[in-house]
Design a protein. Sequence first.
Length: 465
Amino acid sequence: MPEPRTWQFTAGSAALGLVLAAAAVTAAGPWDGGQRTAERARAAAPTAGGTHHAPRPAPAAPRRPAPAPSAPSVLTALHAPAPQGRAADLAGLLVPLLADPGLGPLRTASVVDTATGKQLYGEGAGTPMTPASTVKIATTAAALSALGPEHRIATTVTAAPDGRSVVLTGGGDPTLDAARLKALAADTARALKGRGLTSVRLAYDTSLYKGPVLHPIGPNENLAPVVALMTREGRLDDSRSGPAPRAADPAGDTAAAFADLLAQAGIKVSGEPAPGRAPRGAPLARTDSAPLADLVERTLTNSDNDLAEALARQTALARRQPASFQGAEKAVRDELARLGVPVAGARFADGSGLDRRDRVSAALLTGLLTRAADPARPALRPLLTGLPVGGFTGTLAGRFGAAPAGAGLVRAKTGTLTGVNTLAGTVVTPDGRLLAFAFLAGRTVSPYEAQPALDRLSAALAGRK
């Protein structure tokens, strides 16, 4: 009998998908290849929204974010007619692959047809496991659901009533960079000179975030102190993603740099910048991050821990929770419950997946990916377009050598901690179905054995009718 109406590829489109994916990665993808490599200048450079500062006229309607590599083929799958036939039984295919010793003694799996929401295969699918960075699928889904894909994070400068001091206020944007900070200083200087001022004191306000600034893992090159004001994620080198030496006080460093930029713009700053609280009132100037859709793509493609923690706190703020690890945990969980995914036993101790206390099930991850494929939920689409492409981009660029059938057809978020290896994403089958999958493995001995085993599992789906 014919299957229900779906939103997948027409038959045969998968064969073309690999070619399209390769072309898209080469010509139009917003991210560079290479595991943990830098994102393209499009994401790193000032965005259209970030260069509009008060009191300039309001910017034009924000641009739609450019999709991640091979997104056109993924999005086509959401609207194409379904092929004829019935779902195949995947147990015979996946059970031997799940038995790979490289996956360790703990492994769970879920495979879902995104068109129907039907689970095609499950092995402990509802069992909460340590997800490592695949928890970022949950973090970003909650942020998109709570805030919408066009939300931007502001950094502002506000003058005291007497005009003798200004306060640089962090809104939680870790992507603030030197170019945008310089533009913010120029706009601030212009506004001050318009008031006849050429000398001010400078304070900086990080009070938006509450609780500990250090992640439970402590000082670590994978994550800066989690504060509401920073530049370039507190990186002390020229890197744009991945591990890097981090500033111990990224807010203080940003304020000091801003003071120097004000001086260059003709405003003398008296004394050293000091912590303070922003006065009420309209800001003198502001700079905005890229749209949330872009930030989500960057978070997923490069497994950006700093952005993930920032987006978890943005969700907390949207749901009137403290912008802390605990407040973000409650807000993310509540938001996912609103989306109707199974949150029983789930734990979101952080937004990045660096905390081993995190727990999610394979069913929760495939549930979120299935909702992102739902034409009725366009706000969640960046969950799909931001996933790395197997063998081509982000944290999957260097993988699928042992499973070439999945290259270009598998799009997935990776997860890696010592003893934990996970993979969750989507794959297009030869008959044009878009499947969501999640494979979680615990007590693995080595990522060099576990990762190829996970790649073979997802690649097997790409070759299964």
